[in-house]
Design a binder for this molecule. Structure first.
Ligand code: HEM
Length: 395
């Protein structure tokens, strides 16, 4: 019986091996790995060593390299022309396997949805991200910046401070009070802390799963310790999200008109877009629900997508920019000079026009995102033959 089982396992592995063979993929350089398993066990290390491992592979193979995790053939491309071809081309429009591991949190929100659902939602949600809507959020951002700076000021003489919790606090307040239209009260703030920690832990769960090809199928992952931990974290995060939605829904039901104006410095300035009143994200979703365009589940998935998509990326960008400025005092000086030229001796808060003049600061933020991209990998599935340069074919 045991022998038969062993034979069956070996046969299945062999079948798996035959099926995952791909002549074109085999022409792409890749780390050797071991027979049958290929690179399956090569990437089980922690995040920091793994980061170096991938940097080393990119340095070694330059333009592109492959890795083979069980049946999964993955090609990592680094050249801007190749990336452009993938991003703009139709051969690679489907989201890749990595996105399956964040699906339990983001569901079918804008980041993961495809086809007509994506088009409809994108068209709807674009209305919440226009320049004039952003301008109405200025006062909220200024207030949160002042709170953030006040907290940092208290740390000036400390020998060592982890600034990330302060940054995350600033970002979560800013997203909730702008896109979601919800001011966080004391209880929400504690929930918010759990939410922030939750994002970090969910990242770890997704990472753990991505590294282990045998946990890629949901039916194997959900029974693991990590799979169960993910479920528990999601329960906490969902309840924070529901609080945010409920709070705004209550406001919306009580103030059916001019809901955009509670953000607006100028009460008479109802912002229009293609003849429609423009609204912050959550108001727009609630309005669309009233029109039958989206349901409660749809609102929840979009709120999750925008909260999770907006929080970590922005917080990391601020953190890396601050780290680089701390290490490059000359750049700090240039930013101070730029601000002095704009504000002179006034301590007024910045206007949108002032922000447009902060060219050097903008360059610093862009340079920090180039050096430390908050989203370092974009993953796509190849649906049709893709040719890169003259000789590389990916099928
Ligand atoms: C520095 C900050 C940010 C960076 C670097 C960043 C990066 C990215 C990247 C690379 C994608 C494309 C992913 C893919 O197609 O596979 C993306 C999509 C997306 N991001 Fe961001 N993001 C940032 C801030 C934000 C913020 C603040 C929000 C929400 C308020 C947000 C919400 C989204 C959404 C909803 C998508 C999906 C868009 C679509 O498919 O139509 N992001 N982001």
């Amino acid at each position: 019986m045991l022998l038969a089982l062993q034979c069956l396992v070996i046969f299945l592995i062999f079948l798996y091996w035959i099926r995952s063979k791909n002549k074109e993929f085999d022409k792409i350089p890749r780390p050797p790995g071991v027979l049958f398993l290929h690179n399956t066990l090569d990437f089980l290390s922690d995040t920091v060593p793994l980061f170096y491992q991938f940097r080393m592979l990119s340095n070694k193979y330059k333009r592109l390299f492959g890795i083979k995790l069980g049946p999964v053939n993955a090609v990592f491309i680094n050249y801007p022309e190749d990336i452009e071809k993938v991003i703009n081309g139709s051969a690679v429009s489907e989201k890749g396997l990595m996105y399956d591991f964040v699906e339990p949190w983001l569901k079918q929100g804008l980041l993961l949805s495809e086809g007509s659902k994506w088009h409809k939602r994108r068209k709807l949600l674009t209305r919440a991200f226009t320049f004039s809507i952003m301008s109405t959020f200025k006062s909220v951002i200024v207030e949160n910046c002042q709170t953030f700076l006040g907290k940092l000021e208290k740390e000036v003489n400390a020998s060592k401070t982890n600034i990330m919790p302060f940054i995350e606090d600033f970002v979560i307040h800013s997203i909730c009070e702008t896109a979601m239209g919800t001011k966080l009260d004391e209880e929400d703030i504690n929930f918010g802390k759990l939410y922030r920690e939750g994002i970090y832990k969910l990242g770890q769960c997704a990472f753990y799963r991505a590294q282990r090809v045998w946990f890629h199928p949901t039916f194997t992952f959900k029974f693991t310790e990590v799979g169960k931990k993910q479920e528990d974290i999601l329960k906490i995060m969902n309840s924070f999200r529901d609080r945010v939605i409920q709070s705004r829904r209550k406001f919306y039901n009580n103030n059916k008109t001019n809901i955009v104006n509670d953000f607006n410095d100028n009460e008479n300035d109802i912002v229009q877009f293609n003849g429609k009143v423009k609204m912050p994200l959550l108001d727009l979703l609630l309005e669309a629900e009233k029109d039958g365009v989206i349901d409660e589940k749809g609102i929840a998935e979009e709120v999750d997508t925008f909260m999770l998509g907006g929080l970590d990326t922005t917080a990391n960008t601020i953190q890396f920019t601050m780290m680089l400025l701390a290490n490059h005092q000359d750049a700090q000086e240039m930013i101070v000079n730029e601000c002095n030229n704009i504000f002179g001796s006034s301590d007024r808060s910045a206007t949108m026009a002032d922000l447009a003049q902060m060219k050097y600061l903008e360059c610093c933020i862009k340079e920090s995102m180039r050096l430390y991209p908050p989203i370092p990998i974009i993953n796509r599935k190849v649906q049709q033959t893709l040719t890169l340069g003259k000789s590389i074919t990916i099928i």
